[in-house]
Write a protein that binds this ligand. Sequence first.
Ligand SMILES: *Cc1c(COP(=O)(O)O)cnc(C)c1O
Length: 326
Amino acid sequence: MTDNKYNLGFFPTPLHPLSNLSQEYPDYNIFIKRDDQTGLASGGNKTRKLEYLIKEAIDNGYKIVFTAGAQQSNHCRQTAAACALAGLECHLIVRGTEPKTYQGNLLLSHILGAKIHFTGNDDKEIDIESFNHRIAKGEKKFIIPFGGSNIIGALGYVEAVKELKNQLTNLHLNIDYIFFASSSGGTQAGLILGLELYQLKTTLIPIKIDKDETYGLELEEAILKIVKEGTELLNIQREYSIADISVNKNYNKAAYGVLTDNERTAINIMAINEGILLDPVYTGRAFYGMLSFLKEKKLKAKSNILFWHTGGLPALFDYASGLKTI
Ligand SMILES: *Cc1c(COP(=O)(O)O)cnc(C)c1O
């Protein structure tokens, strides 16, 4: 099942220690998984999901792909790149009105040949179906949900657990905790399924990025829905309930995409200690959450901690003035 994909990235992504940060926090050994290095037009976690989604589109004869998101959506940028590679026509429905200058992900999506449509308002929910009727009328379109988060996309993170397990086996390493940014839920759903399927024991600490729910569903409910579909598809015997899905909601007080001192601090600490760039929307927020856990000594002493870097670099450039004050 998990071999049924269209190759878009370079895998395995590197897994390596963060030695300087581990010295700063001597109670812990800190590692990073570099999904910012998947290779697809500056990388990120959507590459893994798109390998399964694009395969599904091609296998079912689609020539046109639709997806939606914020103007600085990493998902939209990687979808544009994936479609370019696979020879599919890509339409992106993005929030807001067209800016005078394109920057960050929006600029890259444009360069990658996507046709970009602006909703004209900042409503979080985008009715992709209404665009479906207006653009390329009568043609079949493959619609990818926000963030590529459905069971097909989540398979990318089921397979990522297999990849991680192989790396850990080779390094004779156990990871006690995995921190990552959770937003539309596909990454988390895939990781939950992968940990069960490949019997890897570790604790997930997903940091919730968004303040609001999406499409009327709490994030936990959205994740549970994907996980339930996954247990059927992958023949996993375990029954999941909402109590099995945890998300940490201590760091999402500012709305989605709002840069605060938390993200600035996290971006700065990772950059000056390890020479690694985080992003202002997702990984900056998630890594701030992880730093708080380390400072407050909330984790078992001597434990091995992994930060799963999910990408987002291009968005830095759209936050130039907010980041100048670091
Ligand atoms: C989309 C995204 C996430 C969140 O992944 P979900 O599967 O939507 O929860 C995290 N980090 C970055 C950089 C992203 O682009």
